[in-house]
Design a protein around this ligand. Sequence first.
Ligand code: ADP
Ligand code: MG
Length: 439
Amino acid sequence: MTKFKELGLKDEILKAIEEQGFEEAFPIQEACIPVLLSGRDVIGQAHTGSGKTAAFSLSMLHQITPKKGIQGMVIAPTRELAMQISEEIKKFGKYTGIKTATVYGGQGMGIQLDALDRGVEIVVATPGRLIDHLKRGSIELKDIEHVVLDEADTMLDMGFIDDIQFILDLTPEERTMSLFSATMPTEILRLSEEYLQNPKQFLLDADDLSGEGIDQSYLVIKDRDKFDYLIDFIKKVKGQVIVFCSTKYRTRDVAKFLHQEKFDAVAIEGDMSQHRREQSMAKFRSGKADILVATDVASRGIDVPRVELVINYDVPNQDMVYFHRIGRTARAGAKGQAITFVSYSSVGDWNLIKRQIKTDLKDLNKEMGIEVSIPDPLKRQIPARRYGGSGGGRSSYSRGSRYGGYGRSDRNRDSDDRGRDKKRYGGGGRNRYGGRSKW
Ligand code: ADP
Ligand code: MG
């Protein structure tokens, strides 16, 4: 492993790195930093938690001169991620005199304009709001030296491709650019062909699907039994927990139930106001809340070091989403655990994901002696006993009734939400000049 000093970074940056407690560069940092410092473009693929943020932030900070206009720009898909990147840049840039502004939809323009007025060298932005600023002239890209697209595949998934091209077309030709993406679909390769010059590619750990260091398991249970099991698993861990749900309705319900059971839980989902989302994230990050209940908005890129357990309350609808979700634990080489609840109607979806999991996967039904009996639709009403029958003594059925009101099957709810999501993303980049963030 390489020391940061050997990568050629400035002393004032090295001092901040040391304060962060980073001793040696992670492989992606060791690979990218010297190349970026030399001015060559980079495409980086590495699994989550591998330290991509520092890889580009440190290089960017090194190349920037204070008080010479906006020279660095990072584009990220979500406001949470943008804020997190800014925080990291601010920490590393502490002794450089370099200032950073964060620009994202959902926050009043005024605050951002004030920050920009004071003069900054780095802007971290989500695409929609950045375009608003570009159009009103509050951000200019003519002095840009270093552009970063973080989580590029997510941005494409969210329909930001036109926005990104619009932004990149305004940057000077002579600039360093780096693009980070967990996967490399053809659209990303096409984008990089168009905007990157002779990029050096780092496909570190191209086997992104390993989920290495994460103790992964699953449990096939009835949907209405999920809450009881959730509580049992949460009680067993000491660290923080993230619970991923398939829809915002589920997210709200699960958070509500956890509150009723007196857990310190916060929620984050797409319908919440920006302010409330920030409050939730801040509470969770600072450790004031033990549990974060979230839709997939929160699964990308968010880094909270103490997350010990990720529970997929619902099976995600894509294998990549699964790996992004579980990647929220076992950050920076720590140990983590991921448990997926598979309702009977999701067994098919789960089997597709299961095939992609290359490490050991524990079957909790076997381990805990819980029988799986995919029910005959007619027998649905027969209550199932909880495993062992002992723990707590309450039957799952009595608790299950708290879900009352979910008349429909899992499958229906999932597909409903997919429909809604489509609407939410409606039109992809079409309304891009409307200035609304898609989240
Ligand atoms: P990625 O963007 O690749 O998913 P992050 O940049 O969010 O990963 O980094 C994951 C975690 O690793 C963060 O908590 C970060 O502070 C930590 N980290 C990054 N680089 C180092 C390092 N060289 N030494 C120790 N911890 C590091
Ligand atoms: Mg990241």
